[in-house]
Design a protein around this ligand. Structure first.
Ligand code: C2E
Ligand code: CA
Ligand code: CA
Ligand code: CA
Length: 276
């Protein structure tokens, strides 16, 4: 810990200044990263719990920082959202996911690719939609090949036009998954307002299911409710066989987590699919 100054205030303001400086430095690096293509996508398989086949994969962005090594998206995505850099990064994500899916197809395999989309991306005046369609067409893909993952917590502060644009995308055939389901304040309202195809049960609920009856009951209730509404369920953060079996027994449709596979580079995904 740092030496405290004469007053608590001094200590606090030094700390704040340091934080602000770190933020500025990171933001500068993030701009450079965007220009010099220091990002890449990793892919985490999503397994059909009835057949155990890999039917989908989630694209997860990675930043290879020249000095710091891998920087977590939890750190830089919020910064990208605040500074509008998310628009360019978002286009990179969509373009490279399409490129990967094209390679998967050319290997004679198929997948639906899930990409994380920040609601901030829909606030731009730029026509992200034209971009998306250009990338799809370039690789002979259709909207249905893509699942848009939206975090309900982020929808909460979204502008009204965000939801309109999302509805527009689902009307065109993009699938929609509500990410981190159950952790926000209005999960149920969003289910009604949007053409949702999947809910993703958050890892926080999955963690305890083998040891805690309440966690298991919550997962079972979410699965039943989703099915009654005609939605499918993806459980996240499955790390053990016990969790896998309990979710399978509860009728969960898809599983994702270290138990099956960690996020991996494109080459490893292609290799895994051709050995599967
Ligand atoms: P998320 O969308 O909830 O993604 C799931 C996170 O859980 C990923 O972390 C994944 O690596 C991790 N995970 C998956 N299975 C397990 C498991 O069994 N155990 C544990 N401990 N962790 C597991 P990651 O890749 O660090 O991403 C963190 C968050 O950053 C994501 O949470 C998402 O909100 C955001 N993010 C990642 N990639 C993108 C992106 O391309 N665009 C946007 N807008 N956000 C992204
Ligand atoms: Ca996600
Ligand atoms: Ca739909
Ligand atoms: Ca999640």
């Amino acid at each position: 810990a740092k030496q405290q100054g004469r007053s608590g205030y001094t200590f606090f303001s030094n700390d704040m200044r340091e934080q602000a400086e770190n933020r500025m430095k990171l933001l500068k690096d993030l701009r450079i990263a965007q220009q010099h293509q220091q990002f890449c996508l990793y892919y985490q398989p999503i397994v059909n719990l009835n057949t155990l086949n890999i039917e989908k994969a989630e694209a997860l962005i990675r930043w290879q920082h020249p000095q710091k090594g891998l920087v977590s998206p939890d750190v830089f995505i919020p910064l990208a959202e605040e500074t509008q850099l998310i628009h360019k990064i978002g286009e990179f994500i969509f373009a490279s996911a399409c490129q990967t899916l094209d390679k998967v197809r050319k290997n004679g395999e198929n997948l639906q690719l899930s990409i994380n989309v920040s609601p901030v991306q829909f606030t731009s005046k730029h026509c992200y939609l034209n971009q998306w369609h250009t990338h799809l067409e370039q690789h002979n893909l259709a909207p249905h090949d893509i699942v848009i993952e939206i975090t309900e917590g982020l929808m909460m502060n979204a502008q009204p036009r965000t939801q309109k644009r999302l509805n527009n995308l689902t009307a065109q055939g993009f699938s929609l998954a509500l990410d981190d389901f159950g952790t926000g304040y209005s999960s149920l309202a969003y289910l009604k307002q949007m053409d949702t195809d999947y809910i993703k049960i958050d890892k926080r609920f999955v963690d305890g299911i083998a040891d805690n009856k309440d966690d298991l009951a919550l997962c079972e209730a979410m699965i039943m409710m989703a099915h009654q509404l005609g939605l499918q369920v993806i459980a996240e953060g499955i790390e053990t066989q016990a969790q896998h079996q309990l979710l399978q027994q509860a009728g969960c449709d898809f599983g994702q987590g270290y138990y099956y596979a960690k996020p991996m580079p494109e080459e490893s995904l292609l290799a895994l699919l051709s050995n599967d």
